[in-house]
Design a protein around this ligand. Sequence first.
Ligand code: C2E
Ligand code: MG
Ligand code: MG
Length: 394
Amino acid sequence: MKTLLIDDDPFLLKLLKQQLANLGFAEVITHEHAKDALVALEASTEPVELIFCDLQMPEMDGVEFVRHLARIHYAGGLVLVSGEDQRILRTVENLAKSHKLNVFGILNKPVAPEQLKSILADKLNHTIRPARPLPRLYGPDELRQAITNRQLVNHYQPKVAIDSGRVTGVETLVRWLHPQDGLVFPDQFIATAEEHGFIDDLTQAVLSNALYQARHWQEEGLMLHVAVNISMVNLASLEFPDLVARAAAEAGVSLSNLVLEVTESRLTNDPLASLDILSRLRLKGISLSIDDFGTGHSSLKQLRDIPFDELKIDQSFVHGACRDASLRAIFEASLGMAKKMGMKTVAEGVENQDDWLFLRTTGCDLAQGYFIAKPMPAEALVNWVAEWEGRFSI
Ligand code: C2E
Ligand code: MG
Ligand code: MG
């Protein structure tokens, strides 16, 4: 595996090279200057598959180097190394991830052989990703057609009670079953629907399918809350609460089984109109949930003014919180505030057993994430619930 090491300290380069040689890495090239590494990387005919980069270097530092890696669409693994405080390492790690770089992990200097081994063991089982194809963007006409032709389908992801394991509800996540491209995810088309004025049609389609599905589950004995994500654009139309109420009546589902999720970062646009609509939704008995909490900048005043019932702590503060004191601090602050305001709390992005065990110590109400179940087609849910509840022997 072709590997590059970049550090301005020649002694540390030698040491890390030796540690990697002990783990069987033969093809390791070292650079004292990030600039030289970049030139070598761009000129290399064979792809570089792994890079270790120090953060603090004269001339080009690690942050600048990361920016260049993103520019050249580097697709291999990246390990950040630093003698600085963990929080700086984490910040740069997040930055690199938001550039969509494949970050294997962070290492503190001096690099402990065990730490190095565990990062590599975790990651090297996964094959190195090929260069990422850019996600396709879809035109408004194609998407409008897809809605008319019923190519949008709902997947459902369970929400479970952390203390008892009981499945209390599901979140509806829309997918586009594209005739050529297969399953297309909402990040690739929601914004288009918002910009071109047909997010109302999209939401109606998703909502109506979800409500009919809820009715169907009820008939099979599964009483579930069904959550639907809505866009701020939906909240600009004064008829929205009545449309929702009509859709529920048509499906024969009580409004008290419906939860609408609004993303926190979008909340600020037009506070007055949305306050009117949100209060009317609440008055009809629909629950309101604030989604991705922690990623927006809602003021405490907004939280006080809008009658939210539920707060979903964003996955970036849940996954890994058990090992990271700063994430844990944000998680606990969000949880405490929600509880004081009488809101139910949901942890998103519960990806592994460590996340789950951590949550059990926190008093958070509900959990959602790949560790429990990935979003699934409606037909799969009944069997999944039986299997999950069997595991909990409820
Ligand atoms: P969201 O509402 O915060 O939904 C959670 C997203 O996290 C989903 O992505 C889900 O598949 C993913 N997820 C669940 N568990 C885990 C986990 O353990 N780890 C990780 N890394 N991710 C997890 P998805 O389905 O791609 O949806 C993305 C976003 O698109 C949603 O974020 C929501 O804001 C939006 N969206 C989805 N459906 C609709 C819709 O019908 N209408 C509107 N307006 N927006 C929608
Ligand atoms: Mg959501
Ligand atoms: Mg979310």
